[in-house]
Design a protein around this ligand. Sequence first.
Ligand SMILES: *Cc1c(COP(=O)(O)O)cnc(C)c1O
Length: 391
Amino acid sequence: MKDRSLLMIPGPIEFEPEVLQALGAPTTSHVAPNFIDAFGCALENMRKVWLAPEGQPFIVAGSGTLAMELAGANLIEPGDRALVLSTGVFGDRFEDLLTRHGADVTVLHAPIGEALDLNQVEDALKGGEYKLLTVTHVDTSTAVRMPIRSIGELAQHYNVLSIVDGVCSVAGEEIQQGDWGLDVVLTASQKAIGVPPGLALLVASPRAMEASSARSSSVRSYYADWAKWLPIMTAYEGRKPSYFGTPAVNLVAALDVSLRQIVDEGMSARFARHELLADAFRAAVQSLGMGFVATEPKDQANTLTACRYPNGVAAGDLLPAIKQAGVIVAGGLHPKIKSEYFRVGHMGAVCMGDILATIGAIETGLRSVGHQFEAGIGVATALKWQAEQED
Ligand SMILES: *Cc1c(COP(=O)(O)O)cnc(C)c1O
């Protein structure tokens, strides 16, 4: 039988056939007219997807961690103070990264499964003289979502640059970079942007670009230096070729296709779709007797869900059984609670059929490991949820 497993992890996700076709097309020169146009359109569409009309987009070959590094390397000079808001593994990664670039880092850790309290953030900003703060919009290790609109307002008020790790949120969760005053919003191709792994993507505000050009020391990373990449982005957007490092030609062509699809769907429709499917999925998971790592509904992400195993069910038993039933989900990631939960990504091209298939596979898996529940209750709950939304 054809391998038709459904990939429901928090990246890489299921990709649209047109995107994969672009990826598999014959590779052109990086100065071929068609490619120049694809690169230029992708840059223009990034501003629309990020809702950042004044922003400067960057497309650089690498993973999401490179996007984090692009932000850190260009905005931190040795001795600068940085505030890291951590809601899981990816927040902690920023502590390590900014420290490497010479920052004096303070970290606020939220209790596992909770968002950080805004008063606590404000207290830290009041006393801190920070140059920048980082916030993980959705931490993929806990599925906790931070209220980045409020964080952006606080950062503006205290004149601190804001870096949003949106790797698990851009093009899935609502972000209005321009209106919300966020300085850098970064992501990677393989999550809700819907392109196979390999591109680091970010949009920087005019304020962030000014801060990087006002540096007194040069950027310590050669490859990550915005000053090397800015002329390339400007040239391609003006439909002229330019060279610093060879662009990932096929990935950029695939990105162009995916961004067009996203813009065609419309950002508010896309955000609403993610919200509806996430709510339906969570209602179903609860009906099967499972809870979530993120306990408060307001902190629960729309791009992925971290589900706690029911009592008596072990990770090693359930995940292979779900896979056997045709759906691939991800194990726990946070080192302190790794064996207590699993993660399901529902972002990008996800539809209700994928949600139903996933719940069906989870039900099949639960039954095979002996968990007691009313057969079909998960699928029925999701369908009922959908019907109620349509009424
Ligand atoms: C996936 C992810 C990253 C890391 O991206 P890579 O492409 O794996 O380097 C960083 N932050 C968040 C929130 C993520 O979900």
